[in-house]
Design a protein around this ligand. Structure first.
Ligand code: GLP
Length: 245
């Protein structure tokens, strides 16, 4: 795993956007794997600004999102579909036909999982996957103990994950208990992975990722098995007091 150390959240966002924009310019038909959460918001903002300033086009870009809450439809303000529209898609020239996000409101969720993996395969796989990391090491919504060979599946969210995401909801009870997520095997199939890590509340996860063993109890550790992973982490996430002797 390559590690790019940056000063702060802003620099992480700029660097990530720069990498993504270069890829899009060199391969206008690229399939991007996208993440939600607070971490990539700044990166998406830079993509929008660059699109407006330099007319970088997304007309032929395809996107595949990692996950979605179960029970929240596309228009629900807390759905990841809504997040993506607000933070990126509504502000660039992407063809909405080329956007793929699991449907958390599907009547047949098992079928939704199967067809999502099929869609990714039909696209020829993800070329560049953007990832954030949960404090417990989750990637997408793959919580600790998720088998490394998992494909897109339904998960019960860990209480700590619901708590961390409660900031977006009116009440903790409104945070969905389940989600649909690309599996670890689906994520690992990506040709290249860009992991963004910022802030001191991620320092423990970052420490474990760098120095811990590869284990299903810490999902992000599987990234060490992939041959093309770049981590962009800021100073607070690489907190020196946590570095092992
Ligand atoms: C969320 C998302 C993940 C995200 C992670 C970290 O629950 N499902 O895709 O990477 O948790 O979120 P944040 O960036 O807000 O810290």
């Amino acid at each position: 795993m390559n590690l790019i150390k940056v000063e702060n959240y802003e620099e992480m966002s700029q660097k990530a956007a720069e990498i993504i924009i270069n890829k899009v310019v060199n391969n206008p038909k690229i399939t991007l794997g996208l993440a939600t959460g607070g971490t990539p918001e700044g990166t998406y903002q830079h993509l929008i600004e660059n699109h407006q300033k330099n007319q970088t086009t997304y007309q032929h870009v395809k996107t595949v999102n990692l996950d979605e809450y179960i029970g929240l439809g596309a228009t629900d303000p807390n759905s990841y579909r809504h997040y993506m529209n607000e933070h990126l898609f509504n502000h660039i020239d992407i063809d909405f036909e080329n956007i793929h996000i699991p449907n958390g409101a599907a009547t047949n969720l098992q079928e939704e999982c199967r067809s999502y993996d099929y869609v990714i395969d039909q696209l020829g796989g993800v070329d560049l996957q953007i990832l954030g990391i949960g404090r417990n090491g989750h990637i997408g919504f793959n919580e600790p103990q998720t088998p490394f060979n998992s494909k897109t599946h339904i998960v019960e969210l860990a209480p700590s994950t619901r708590k961390a995401n409660a900031r977006y909801f009116n009440r903790f009870d409104n945070v969905p208990t389940h989600a649909i997520t690309m599996g670890i095997a689906s994520i690992l199939k990506s040709k290249e992975i860009l992991l963004l890590v910022s802030g001191e509340d991620k320092a423990e996860a970052m420490q474990r990722l760098q120095h811990g063993e590869i284990s299903e109890s810490f999902p992000a550790s599987v990234l060490k098995k992939h041959n093309n992973v770049t981590i962009i982490a800021d100073k607070k996430a690489i907190s020196s007091c946590l570095v092992s002797p």
